[in-house]
Design a protein around this ligand. Structure first.
Ligand code: S3P
Length: 669
């Protein structure tokens, strides 16, 4: 799509259900473990992609009886004794998992020798991380490529292996899996320690097959001389593939995507956590356990996304999703940092360099670091041609950005998705057709920004500024409470006797006036702005605002205003009861002392003394307690602590969030 200035960009409204293809890690392991077990293992919903075909073909070449892959087939395993040297080299294509896991298996098969080959990308990837422990166990491994290159092609010759205790430098399930397979094939014990826990599908599958294995705090121990049972395997949907659509739903204008049957193994769900932390609504439903894996439906709904930091122990939990999360960060408010992710440099491509280069090409500000990157989010159109280096996850990550309204992104090699998700483009087209129904589009473009917070958190003045900066109207719900309180004060009835009914009988005298900048309450057709700030009104407004019927009335007034205009609204329970679907919800907080100080400066027009602030703080704390039930932040609100921020700074932050929200959903004005 070519977008010109002034073009009308239709919102992206996503709807539908996706069952992402089978989990890649589990699919490889299902084939390998079923081959070396004795007996029949039925495998359903395996991933039928290039990487898994590579494992199936290599196993067949080693003597395994694996039928053509389909959604339901059976492998009859004959144990490791049934395996032999392949007649041809094992072509591992693009698949690191095939190479490393099968290198471990072959290393433990006495007298079996196999040459491992791969495509250009795989041939560049480091293999010493597995060959070093395997040779320590006694296997013979020779790199047959350029000198000093620890990659494919390599020849692995199995031998009677020794037991091993290995401290891995990398958090890698491929290393762990390779060593477990070597131990199983050779009948020796293996203990692997890793710096951070990597995905644990091998452990789960082996335990389910009756193998004596202990999960350690930092790794795994396999006992010597294990026999493996055959077992049926249902392959759940791959969370790495599902997360592309979770990201699409998070970034969309509106709608919901349901991702069914997703593997929710906690070593794999980091991307869902990150998206949730950035502001998307990510819900898990229909959870169950199947074959040692936890499975469920992931329901994702858009939100205004804010930048985040992804680092440390979270990295292995979202390692394959980091290119995608970097693309999401390009659309979030603020600067996202990805750190501690040097492993990305040795994936199917150097994913730090490739993601940073491509983001830069399409117009994103990004800084490449040795072990990660810094991405500056924005809302402008992203346009350009992405070079994938044949890396499936890059193609899909940028494919998601390209599906967003206004962006025009060309992918140089879209077919490389065949490595893990052959039907990716078809699924993307199915759920992201631009919305053409007038009704949906109108609803989606109603811009409501809700600002809330405790008394004296500055929500009203901040909302006013934000509204002015982004060019929409401000509705101060407090002004409507004050207007009704004013009528109470003016009436002959003493405040102790006020009831909601008494006050609401006078409410017909309050009307709305829409100015360029705001929606205001008028009393008997006249502006009474000043009078609404008078101290008798201030004294009684909290009492009036406690009355449930009055709250219903004010909420109706505010909703009426929002029906006619894009608005920034501030007030209690605005983001929870009044506009639960507001496009952006901000909850301002600040220390009571600071709030008291600000309120006194406003009231006294001079610097207050510490004594005065202390007294006011006490009053505010009491008021907070009284208001507590009405003032809880909405679950999807973005909380901003303004204690150390100037008024300008807090306005700036909210304006940035508001601009991003406007960019996401469009606006009527
Ligand atoms: C995988 C492990 C991870 C992951 C890869 C699949 C596996 O790699 O990135 O896509 O199935 O064992 P590392 O083991 O190199 O971390």
């Amino acid at each position: 799509m070519n977008v010109r200035h002034g073009d009308v960009i239709s919102p992206l409204i996503v709807h539908g259900t996706i069952r992402a293809p089978g989990d890649k890690s589990i699919s490889h392991r299902a084939l390998i473990f079923s081959t070396i077990a004795i007996g029949a293992s039925r495998i359903t919903d395996i991933l039928e992609s290039a990487d898994v075909h590579a494992t199936a073909n290599a196993l067949r070449a080693l003597g395994a009886r694996i039928p053509t892959l389909s959604s339901d087939f059976t492998v009859v395993g004959g144990g490791t004794d049934a395996l032999h040297s392949p007649a041809e080299p094992l072509n591992c294509a693009n698949s690191g998992t095939t190479t490393r896991l099968l290198a471990g298996l072959v290393a433990g098969l006495v007298g079996v020798t196999a040459r491992f080959e791969g495509d250009a990308s795989l041939s560049r990837r480091p293999m010493r991380r597995v060959t070093q422990p395997l040779t320590t166990m006694g296997a013979r491994i020779v790199f047959e490529g350029a000198r000093n290159h620890d990659g494919l092609p390599m020849r692995v010759t199995g031998a009677p292996l020794h037991a091993l205790v290995w401290k891995s430098e990398h958090a890698s399930a491929q290393i762990k899996g390779a060593l477990l397979l070597a131990g199983l094939a050779a009948g020796v014990s293996v203990e692997v320690h890793e710096p951070v826990r990597s995905r644990d599908h091998s452990e789960r599958m082996l335990l389910a097959r009756g193998v004596a294995l202990s999960v350690l705090a930092d790794g795994v121990r396999l006992d010597a001389k294990q026999t493996m049972l055959s077992m049926d395997v249902h392959v759940p949907a791959d969370p790495s593939s599902a997360s592309f659509f979770a990201a699409l739903a998070a970034l969309a204008t509106d709608g919901t995507l349901r991702l069914t049957d997703v593997c929710l193994n906690p070593t794999r769900t980091g991307a869902f956590d990150v998206l949730r932390r950035m502001g998307a609504s990510v819900r898990i439903e229909d959870q169950r356990d199947v074959g040692g894996e936890h499975i469920g439906t992931v329901v994702v709904h858009p939100g205004t996304l804010v930048a985040t930091r992804i680092a440390g122990e979270e990295i292995p939990r979202c390692i394959d999703e980091l290119p995608l999360l970097a693309c999401v960060a390009a659309r979030a408010v603020g600067e996202t940092i990805i750190a501690d992710a040097s492993e990305l440099r040795v994936k199917e491509s150097d994913r730090i360099r490739a993601v940073a280069d491509n983001l830069r090409t399409i117009g994103v500000e990004v800084e490449e670091h040795a072990a990660g990157m810094r991405i500056v989010g924005g809302t402008h159109a992203l346009v350009g041609r992405v070079v994938t280096h044949g890396d499936h996850r890059l193609a899909m990550a940028f494919g998601i950005l390209g599906a967003l309204p206004g962006n025009a992104i060309e992918i140089d090699d879209p077919d490389c998705v065949a490595v893990s998700y052959p039907n990716f483009w078809r699924d993307l087209a199915r759920v992201s057709a631009p919305n053409t129904s007038g009704a949906g589009a109108t609803n989606a473009s109603a811009l409501i920004i809700a600002i809330d917070g405790p008394a004296a958190s500055g929500k009203s003045s901040t909302a006013q500024w934000v509204a002015q900066r982004i060019g929409v109207r401000h509705v101060d719900s407090g002004a409507f409470y004050r207007a009704l309180t004013y009528l109470g004060v003016q009436s002959a009835v003493p405040s102790l006797e006020w009831t909601a009914e008494h006050l609401l009988l006078m409410s017909h005298r309050i009307t709305q006036r829409m100015t360029d900048r705001s929606v205001l309450p008028l009393i008997d057709g006249a502006m009474v702005d000043e009078a609404l700030r008078d101290s008798p009104v201030t004294q009684h407004v909290s009492l009036v605002a406690q009355m449930p019927k009055v709250r219903v009335w004010v909420n109706t007034q505010v909703r009426l205003a929002a029906e006619r205009s894009d608005v920034v609204v501030d007030g209690r329970d605005i983001g929870t009861a009044v506009f639960p679907d507001a496009a952006l919800k901000v909850f301002l907080i600040a220390d009571p002392w600071e709030r008291a100080r600000r309120r006194l400066i406003q009231r006294l027009a001079r610097s207050p003394s510490d004594g005065e602030i202390a007294l006011e703080t006490e009053a505010l704390v009491l008021r907070d307690a009284r208001d507590a039930t009405q003032s809880a932040p909405a679950r999807d609100a973005i909380t901003i602590d303004t204690t150390t921020l100037t008024q300008e700074e807090q306005v700036e932050r909210i304006v940035a969030l508001a601009e991003a929200t406007k960019g996401r959903i469009g606006s009527r004005d």
